[in-house]
Design a protein around this ligand. Sequence first.
Ligand code: NDP
Length: 449
Amino acid sequence: MALTNEYLAGVYEDVKKRNPGESEFLQAVYEVLDSLQPIAEKRKDFVDAGVFERIVEPERCISFRVSWVDDAGKVRVNRGYRVQFNSAIGPYKGGIRFNPTVCASEIKFLGFEQTFKNSLTGLPMGGGKGGADFDPKGKSDGEIMRFCQSFMTELAKHIGPDTDVPAGDKGVGSREIGYMFGQYKRLQNEYTGVLTGKSIYSGGSLARTEATGYGLCYFVQEMLASRGTSFEGKTVVVSASGNVAIFACEKATQLGGKVVAMSDSNGYIYDANGINLDVVKQIKLVERGRIKEYAECVPGSVYTEGCSGIWTIPCDIALPCGTQNEIDEASAKTLIANGCWCVGEGANMPSTLEAIEVFRESGILFGPAKAANAGGVSVSGLEMTQNSTRLPWSFEEVDAKLLDIMKNIYKNAYAASVEMGRPGDLVVGANVAGFLKVANAMVWQGVAY
Ligand code: NDP
């Protein structure tokens, strides 16, 4: 990757100056600008309208104090964020992440990526992201509830069903969405679809829980079909054991693949017989335990300390579903050396720029996150539709729409890659296809003076 276009190189230098030390945000911006070079050369109207300069600057960044009281009666303070990145094609939309790593750079990179991902879904959703540097691990249910209520007490001032509709992300599942939804309702005295990922008892959509993992496999299925093959009989490695990973494992298995490894941030399990997902679900979803407990329950499986070792396991298909930059250059080379020929990104930005370069140069199938993991936000969009019409759809209806959306994302990203003279390069294809819709809307809406 090299930013040879002088104009975009200048845009990137300005982003660097304005966001010093924000390495993840800069990484995400660099990758997108690199793909957009042919567009900058062709589309003088975008340059004249300052679209490139505007699209890398969030419309609004909110940061706020979240104070709450722990079970011991001690006052604790965290920092909350909401980055409302781009509203050119719809209300801001994107998840909330609770993790100790959360900082402005992390939320900005996620909000930036979300803008293009949401555009790719074909649904009218702008880009946003939020979170807090709060670690839900080891907290009691009461502590989680008090934290979520305090977080929402401030966030409620900035969101709304036609303004900004958050969802879950790392560390934020149905339980946390429920506490935030309850608090929003209490504060505003309104029962609206202000959050997605809600329980089905409170306006949630069937298949939202499964959507990101299932959608990832539907996207990978399209990539495999482009080489005349499928999941059937393939060995699959899935990193992590959270929401995305569990349902990626489920769908990959249903489609005939054999998932042999999963992980968490401490280590990974290897099960040559294929992962028993019921055991993983019991440990992670019911007991909120650690993945190493799997090896204690399933004879013949092995636990190894250290999560990055998972990429040394030979496989056909790798699905990174944990966190940003979990695959570096060395892990990418090891994967390929051990026979991996297809990577689908379930997590956001799980591969470093160097790792992506390795994948692209090797000619393997590579599905970048903003296309491959767009299933979650797509079904969030479908949840918004069901909330607006007050008509719920069946699991099968939502799943069928998800499949259709993922097929279209693949088709549009592939078509854009061909148009850019890089057939099959879905990094370029997804970035260009996602960008064009947002950019055209920005030009059409004019510049605010
Ligand atoms: P969860 O909180 O449900 O799970 C996160 C999982 O990632 C946990 O198993 C966690 O382990 C693991 N993990 C954290 N760090 C690492 C690491 N370094 N190596 C391996 N595993 C790690 O989050 P989600 O499944 O919702 O999100 C996972 C990723 O998918 C994130 O990048 C998120 O932004 C992205 N995503 C999520 C969507 C959704 O709908 N939920 C939609 C689109 C993208 P531990 O328990 O030890 O922390």
